[in-house]
Design a binder for this molecule. Structure first.
Ligand code: AMP
Length: 397
């Protein structure tokens, strides 16, 4: 049984179905330049149309800051959605009021329309009750398919769910099931791999994960802060020296929680942060004072492979090194391939997301092989921080 209400719980035939989607797509010269977000929400829309719903699709696009702005119109998005669905998609010049109602009134069962940008109204981001009431007038039921906006309590992501029967769309459902499977009730042992530049941006993520997982792998620039806190001289490496105390407290807390923290034992060291910079692999105890650790070394990767090989669930956020510049992508690529292989063999559930993680996994060529890769940056990270996301709370069963 799902812990979330899904569209299975809604009777949509002949009903006006308000869908909050994430169609905040990249635009170039007035046209949609990447349709990934559209494509991902299509199964939800198709299902609702097939069931006879009168589907009203809404989203924000860019940051028009509460004002009508033709640069951020949803019109080209409606056209791109029409191509993806292979059917007519009507368009309403406003997301509330007479303009919206006039178009919605023309919908028959199984028809679909797109409303203009929700953020042309400042009340959307303020979760204004009057605006929520105006949205509620347009529909009979509410479906949220925009996990990536679920960390915001806006009118269309939170307020409206209190006014209409509400459920998660299929994309949101997939995201929630993947995240719950990895963090709320994972098959153990469960490991988290947390990498990236700095610990200052991920203190809450690390603090929450240390309480939840059996193994916490710390990699990337942030590992240097922990090594430094343990008395290792990291030379010129990226390091938050002022957070040494915080890092020590974090390690003590993890130990108390029975979480094994894994830090690098060797690193790929260069004198400059540049592609193909001359480099050597050195033990962590032997970093020269003018050296920078830009990637995890082979011994570290071997240890991580051995440890992750014992795990049944892996949650991944952040690269193990400066993966954008060769050859400092090697550890990230190697470990990502290993996790992808174990996933393909059915030995592991692997969930990744947040920040540069999607780019790193794409670079490694393994994005399709992970069990689930979330493209919801901020919402994914807030979930890892253990926060209750307002847009998720309202679709909990
Ligand atoms: P984040 O946005 O916090 O996930 O950090 C991702 C960034 O961290 C990427 O741009 C990486 O190049 C960078 N990074 C990872 N490891 C290192 C390192 N050892 N030294 C410098 N930058 C790094």
């Amino acid at each position: 049984m799902s812990a979330f209400k899904t569209i299975d719980s809604l009777d949509v035939a002949g009903k006006r179905v308000f869908v909050r989607a994430d169609l905040n797509v990249p635009m170039k010269d007035g046209a949609v330049s990447n349709t990934t977000r559209i494509d991902r929400t299509v199964p939800t829309l198709k299902e609702l149309m097939d069931k006879g719903g009168r589907v009203i699709v809404t989203s924000h696009l860019g940051r028009p800051k509460g004002k009508r702005n033709p640069d951020f119109t949803m019109k080209p998005v409606a056209e791109a959605l029409g191509k993806a669905l292979g059917c007519e998609v009507k368009f309403a010049e406003d997301c509330v009021g007479d303009a919206a109602k006039a178009v919605i009134d023309t919908l028959g069962d199984g028809d679909i329309c797109v409303l203009e940008n929700l953020r042309f109204h400042a009340e959307e981001e303020k979760n204004d009750p009057g605006f929520v009431a105006q949205l509620a007038e347009l529909a009979d039921v509410y479906v949220n398919d925009a996990f990536s906006s679920a960390h915001r309590a806006h009118a269309s992501t939170e307020g409206l769910a209190h006014k209409l029967p509400a459920a998660a769309g299929r994309l949101m459902q997939a995201e929630l099931e993947a995240l719950s499977g990895a963090l709320e009730n994972p098959t153990r042992p469960v490991a988290a791999v947390v990498g990236g530049a700095k610990i200052s941006t991920k203190l809450e993520v690390l603090g929450h994960l240390a309480q939840k997982v059996d193994v916490l792998v710390i990699g990337g620039g942030m590992a240097n802060t922990f090594l430094n806190a343990k008395g290792v001289d990291v030379g010129k490496s990226l390091c938050e020296h002022d957070l040494a105390d915080t890092a020590r407290k974090m390690l003590a807390m993890a130990e108390e929680a029975g979480c094994t923290v894994m830090l690098p034992v060797d690193g790929v060291v260069a004198k400059e942060f540049a592609a193909n910079a001359a480099n050597e692999t050195l033990d962590i105890a032997a970093i020269p004072e003018d050296g920078m650790i830009l990637d995890a070394g082979r011994k570290t990767v071997a240890q991580l492979r051995a440890k992750l090989g014992e795990c049944k669930t892996v949650l991944w956020n952040g690269p193990l090194g400066a993966f954008e510049i060769a050859p400092f992508d090697a550890a990230t690529v190697d470990l990502a391939k290993y996790v992808a292989d174990l996933t393909k063999q059915g030995k592991m559930l692997s969930v990744a997301g947040g920040g540069d993680t999607v780019a790193a996994l794409q670079h490694a060529g393994v994005e399709p092989d992970f069990s689930y890769v979330s493209t919801a940056g901020g919402a994914f990270l807030e979930w890892l921080e253990g926060k209750q996301l307002p847009g998720v709370a309202v679709v909990r069963a």
